[in-house]
Design a protein around this ligand. Structure first.
Ligand code: CTP
Length: 407
């Protein structure tokens, strides 16, 4: 039987008065219909950790959809049913959203003797989940309100700060859990339990079979939790990058990734790219993850920039001539990925050039608006990069001579 204790007081202290009242009402309504009902998953974990969590997940032993409809009848709001998954989302009159799932009560023939036992499926529902700390429930029925149901020692793992899977096939069934494990470990500053860690290493190659969309989604979650650097590092220790791309992440690469992060890059694809860019077959490795037109353009431009041969003694204006056709952002990234000092100087300088002439100045000099404007600005940028023109005055003088030529 599971370890049981009740945290009614803790719940009352931690959730808003509104949510607390709602949970009590839900428990009473379930009692009226003789249904067992529980809070489940992340919110249970976070209640025990004293961390805020607004995602209310509820599991009903019985028909979750019917129960959601009862809630709507009794308390108002609106129910959206997902028949296929046996789930419903109930939006309360005050716009709280509750996910309500079904966990059916099934009848099993008991192995030895005659009686047919009614086995609760709550344990099975919990057992299908990812980690012990996410596999606890809290009963909401009135008599047991606040009772923690913890079949897999999730509370012990919260205390000993461990991420632990529930069964040996967990990562094989869902390899994205490897990335989730890393995410929870970084979020809470926990470690993977020894066997969990070993099984994650064994299953790391299966991440190849995960769709690019799901893979990038998991990376995006790491990013949104500000855990991308430590996450990439931990995934490296689990052999994930070795399995996926044949690489071991070095300190130098982590530095590059830190710099990508420093640019507030929000696209997880760019982080993948940064991981593998120094491999000669980077394009081949990263292509399947380039899901957006932007990503594909980035690949094309990086490829083209790689082909550019420039002299290590090139002037900044010479560099500008060859790099100006590419998107600014992509040139910046290219410089960051290659760590070419000259290119970095160019970018630094190009991004801080003062504006010496505007369109108005050109018009005031009688130059008709048109394509010549961008030619003139391009030339001016080149002259500024080489420090041949440094002030507005010099720029205006230059414009006068130029103007004569144009006319
Ligand atoms: N889950 C799982 N396997 C996954 C994803 C989710 O078993 N690959 C289970 C976990 O038990 C989790 C629940 O589904 O608690 C809800 O998933 P999610 O909302 O992603 O996780 P939370 O634990 O609520 O995490 P967070 O705090 O990030 O919202």
């Amino acid at each position: 039987s599971p370890k049981e204790n009740t945290i009614k007081g803790l719940i009352e202290k931690q959730v808003s008065a509104e949510v607390y009242a709602l949970l009590l009402q839900i428990g009473s309504l379930a009692d009226e219909h003789d249904i067992h009902i529980y809070l489940i998953g992340g919110i249970v974990r976070d209640l025990l950790l004293n961390r805020p969590n607004e995602d209310i997940d509820i599991v009903v032993e019985g028909n979750g959809i019917e129960f959601a409809q009862l809630l709507e009848q009794k308390l108002g709001g609106q129910v959206k049913v997902h028949e296929k998954f046996g789930t419903a989302v109930w939006t309360t009159p005050t716009s709280l959203k509750l996910d309500i799932v079904t966990c059916r009560t099934e009848y099993y023939d008991s192995p030895a003797t005659l009686p047919i036992v009614k086995a609760s499926n709550l344990r099975e529902d919990l057992r299908r989940r990812d980690f012990t700390i996410n596999a606890m429930a809290i009963q909401l029925n009135k008599n047991n309100f606040g009772l923690i149901i913890d079949y897999f020692q999730g509370q012990d793992d919260l205390t000993s700060k461990k991420i632990r899977i529930l069964h040996t096939l967990s990562f094989i069934e869902d390899p994205t859990r490897i990335i989730r494990a890393v995410r929870f470990a970084t979020r809470f500053n926990y470690v993977l339990a020894k066997q969990t860690r070993n099984l994650a290493i064994d299953a790391s190659a299966l991440l190849k079979q995960v769709s690019a969309t799901r893979f990038l989604h998991e990376l995006k979650l790491l990013l949104s939790e500000n855990a991308i650097i430590s996450g990439i590092d931990m995934l490296n220790e689990l052999g994930v990058w070795k399995s996926l791309f044949g690489i071991n992440v070095t300190e130098k690469q982590l530095d590059i990734i830190r710099a990508v992060k420093g640019r507030n890059e929000e696209d997880p694809f760019v982080y993948l790219l940064a991981l593998i860019f120094d491999k000669s077959n980077w394009k081949h490795l990263v292509s399947r993850y380039a899901l957006t037109a932007n990503n594909q353009q980035l690949i094309r431009q990086l490829e083209a920039m790689e082909e550019i041969n420039w002299d290590s003694k090139a002037t900044l204006s010479e560099l500008h001539e060859v790099f100006a056709p590419y998107q600014n952002n992509n040139v910046n990234l290219f410089a960051l990925l290659t760590q070419e000092p000259l290119l970095e100087t160019y970018i630094e300088k190009a991004s801080t050039l003062p504006v010496l002439l505007t369109g108005k100045d050109l018009m005031a000099n009688g130059i008709k608006p048109g394509p010549t404007y961008s030619d003139i600005f391009h030339q001016l940028t080149c002259l500024q990069l080489d420090e041949e023109i440094n002030t507005k005055e010099e720029a205006h003088d230059w414009l006068l001579t130029l103007h004569k030529k144009i006319r």
